[in-house]
Write a protein that binds this ligand. Structure first.
Ligand SMILES: C[S@@+](CC[C@H](N)C(=O)[O-])C[C@H]1O[C@@H](n2cnc3c(N)ncnc32)[C@H](O)[C@@H]1O
Length: 422
């Protein structure tokens, strides 16, 4: 299948497969590029350009932690100067961005100007991100002759939200299509119905439970009462809304709010299947909640606050829509102590949600400042090295960042927090 089209309409790009190996190696040799590791890395992270039956170009990405090493960019001699090299690189940049990589690095002897023209910046060897230093290319290059270039994917808040939508839309579409949202390791999305007692899930559509991306079970801890009005921030596939709707009974009502249209669609499909009448799902941003002031008794949220870039706005909004005396019940990922942005990004690639998680003291401070009291935390789980390697079996157990984020019993934790609107 063609993945994109170069300027020349008679050339098509497609994902490489094993049958291409020999011709790729031939192209690399003709371009004086190393072949080590290509066979192992071959697959969707490599793209080839085909003209008729001939293979005329290749480019690949080797993943190292949250970074990609752009490698094996080669174009057949008679196709040089056609813009095909640029198209191959842009295709791989797009591929890496869509997978949430932090950026791409590359090593080159003679093509630094070409890559600089495409936005890559020349850096010193010492500035190469740690994961890329483990690549065999980094170990092998001659520091005197090779240039190192990096392309960092800097994202604005809007871009981050767009990426988040794309990630969760993908998970929701899978859930709607297959009955199971996705494998636990797909695209950094972690599913968490394990946080719920099996008895609680009785009568809930299997698809709703399977699509859970929970850090905990806030409905169980919120002490929901008959007749209460509830809002779930970032309701995903709708499991907490459906459970809360049972707990508040027919005289109560539950709103679910989510940024991702496909998640809202999935939640509505789950609601129809469950026959729950006292709930509705809205598409919208928790940083601008589409509900009137003082209109709900309880705000729930499960593994969402850590994802939002403007937590102050989201919690201020939660405060606004709660009635005085209303309760906030959140399950979330939080951080203990200082963790560098780089280590957060690495941990987040595995946990799915840790990059912008709040430090526990900062969480408490912010809630107090916004008018919530008293604020209480319950620690649900701290993440040890074995949790990270279970979630990502390809992870090097001795990675230095892993040692840093798991010291002192673990720097990342799932917490439940409870607070009251004063
Ligand atoms: C980790 S999932 C959790 C979903 C659900 N609470 C659960 O436990 O299964 C995060 C959800 O938050 C949503 N989300 C992220 N940022 C949001 C925002 N600013 N406003 C509304 N929803 C948001 C995503 O679309 C996604 O469905």
């Amino acid at each position: 299948m063609a993945t994109s089209s170069p300027a020349r309409t008679d050339v098509a790009l497609r994902a490489a497969h094993r049958g291409d190996l020999e011709r790729i190696l031939f192209l690399l040799e003709a371009s004086g590029l190393p072949a080590e590791g290509v066979e192992e890395a071959l697959g969707a992270s490599f793209v080839v350009a085909q003209r008729g039956s001939a293979l005329v170009g290749v480019a690949g990405i080797e993943r190292h932690g949250g970074w990609g090493l752009l490698r094996s960019v080669a174009v057949r001699d008679d196709q040089r100067g056609t813009g095909l090299g640029r198209v191959l690189v842009e295709n791989r940049v797009e591929w890496a961005r869509a997978r949430g990589l932090f950026g791409l690095g590359l090593f080159t002897l003679d093509a630094a100007a070409f890559f600089a023209h495409l936005g890559f910046e020349r850096v010193e060897r010492g500035d190469v991100p740690e994961p890329l230093r483990h690549s065999s290319e980094f170990q092998l290059i001659c520091p005197m002759t090779a240039s190192v270039l990096l392309l960092r994917f800097d994202e604005s808040g809007a871009q981050r939200k767009a990426q988040m939508r794309a990630k969760y839309a993908n998970a929701a579409v899978r859930a709607l299509g297959n009955g199971r949202a996705c494998s636990p390791d797909a695209e950094g999305v972690r599913f968490g119905a394990a946080a719920y007692d099996a008895a609680l899930l009785e009568g809930v559509p299997t698809r709703a439970a399977d699509a859970s991306l929970a850090c905990g079970n806030p409905t169980a801890l919120a002490g929901l009462r008959d007749g209460e009005s509830v809002l779930d921030l970032g309701s995903g596939g709708g499991l907490d809304v459906l459970l809360a709707a049972k707990l508040v009974g027919p005289s109560g009502f539950v709103h679910g709010l989510d940024l991702t249209a496909e998640m809202v669609e999935l939640a509505r499909a789950n609601q129809r299947e469950s026959g729950v009448a006292n709930a509705r799902f809205l598409e919208g941003d928790i940083e601008a909640i589409p509900l009137p002031d003082a209109s709900v008794d309880v705000v729930l949220s499960n593994c969402v606050l850590n994802l939002t870039s403007d937590k102050r706005a989201a919690l201020r909004e939660a405060h606004r829509v709660l009635r005085p005396g209303g309760r906030l019940a959140i399950a979330d990922i939080a951080v203990r102590g200082d963790v560098s942005p780089e280590d957060r990004r690495e941990a987040s690639r595995v946990l799915g949600c840790a990059r912008a998680a709040l430090e526990i003291d900062a969480y408490e401070e912010l809630l107090n400042e916004l008018g919530f009291a008293p604020v209480g935390f319950v620690q649900l789980k701290r993440y040890a090295a074995s949790d990270f390697t279970r979630l990502d079996p390809t992870l090097a157990g001795d990675a230095p960042w892993l040692a840093r984020v798991t010291r002192d019993d673990g720097r990342f934790e799932s917490v439940f927090l409870r607070a009251t609107r004063t």
